[in-house]
Design a protein around this ligand. Sequence first.
Ligand SMILES: *[C@@H]1O[C@H](CO)[C@@H](O)[C@H](O)[C@H]1NC(C)=O
Ligand SMILES: *[C@@H]1O[C@H](CO)[C@@H](O)[C@H](O)[C@H]1NC(C)=O
Ligand SMILES: *[C@@H]1O[C@H](CO)[C@@H](O)[C@H](O)[C@H]1NC(C)=O
Ligand SMILES: *[C@@H]1O[C@H](CO)[C@@H](O)[C@H](O)[C@H]1NC(C)=O
Length: 386
Amino acid sequence: MKAMFRAPFFCTLVLSLLTRAEDIVPQTITLSSRVAPAGKSLKRRALSPENIPLADFFKGTDLQWFGNITVGTPPQDVTVVFDTGSSTLEFASTLCSTCASQIQFDPDQSKTFVNGGHTSTITFGTGVGVDPVIGDNYQLQLLNGTDTVSVGGLSSPNVPLFLITEQTPTFDIDPFSGIQGMSARAQGFFAALIARGLPSLFGLFLTPLAVGNAELTIGGFDQSKFSGDLTFASQAGHGATWELASPSIAVNGKTNSVLKTKRTIIFDSGTSNVLFDTDTANAMYAFISPEIQPNPAEPGTYGIACDLIPTLPAVIDITFTSQQGKPFNLTIPSTELSVGPFANNASLCQTLINAFDGLELVGGSLLKHYYSVWDVGNQRLGFAAV
Ligand SMILES: *[C@@H]1O[C@H](CO)[C@@H](O)[C@H](O)[C@H]1NC(C)=O
Ligand SMILES: *[C@@H]1O[C@H](CO)[C@@H](O)[C@H](O)[C@H]1NC(C)=O
Ligand SMILES: *[C@@H]1O[C@H](CO)[C@@H](O)[C@H](O)[C@H]1NC(C)=O
Ligand SMILES: *[C@@H]1O[C@H](CO)[C@@H](O)[C@H](O)[C@H]1NC(C)=O
């Protein structure tokens, strides 16, 4: 999973979770995307949405999806995860001797690269795939700068970005070079494109490998990828974090007082597991099997003998409230329960829910069962059955 939030961002998340979500007020908002006003410059043409194909990083389960962007002049290909859990753009560079397994951007080959000269370190909250964070084993050294960035043929000059100048070996398995943050406050290339008239929303079709055709649509959504209507819910947060208020969770159709606690849940396309407070994780597992137990070798994780997994129903219904005030569920099916064997015991399989106090978050394992629309302009999230 590589939860793509970094330490400072992570602190913001924790703080925002301390504030209780207010009741959602039903409201009617037009379903059309924001269209750039024709007003000032009659010559300015609104930019049109673009589809960007995504590849699936498949390690026994679908973990993460990534696509191509180009950086620099002339353009160099860079592969990134489009991560709704972070805000900035960072990727491997030729300045990095420990990035050998990734495509590396060479700043010396770009006429438009501007070296910002400022270095920094980021430490991730969760690891690549479902592997755990132990101390600072997921850490990047960065150098800031600006350059031209193109996504799906839409190009912006002078986009703030970070070159990776060193990374810990835990990143070696990544088939992608970096991360493009897609948080609820548009930044970087997306903010620049919106300023030039691109509608301020994007759609994600994060499919299982067996389905294929995963896709990001920037500046709109792809009606051909889903059937039926989109159901929208208002953003519960007011910052960069995509999050929705949830009045209750049910597992295999059952709930209890712990699961009926009102909570705010983050939507992070850069994370594959789901994270809940320890009490909530324990309550959820109690409805699946008492044999699912924490694995002390990897704090926060739980596991069960791999051969028992196929017999276990584990349907997780998370209830949200639409902008019309109606409850709707987003459901993680039983097929997501196992995320594969643990490194310390090949017959013990890790289960989907991690305990993580102070953070409640869903990622790829939920998103891959829906078409999702991330509407920055109207501060709402939309979902449709696929
Ligand atoms: C990214 O670009 C490379 C080289 O052009 C291509 O082989 C690959 O299929 C592209 N990946 C995706 C996900 O489009
Ligand atoms: C690099 O970061 C420094 C310090 O935050 C900032 O002042 C500078 O404008 C940045 N430069 C570029 C090119 O992004
Ligand atoms: C949501 O799931 C719960 C638990 O399975 C169920 O009781 C409820 O009817 C569902 N709500 C909707 C709107 O489908
Ligand atoms: C590995 O996990 C299996 C299944 O839970 C368990 O029976 C076995 O004792 C474990 N082996 C070790 C060495 O911990």
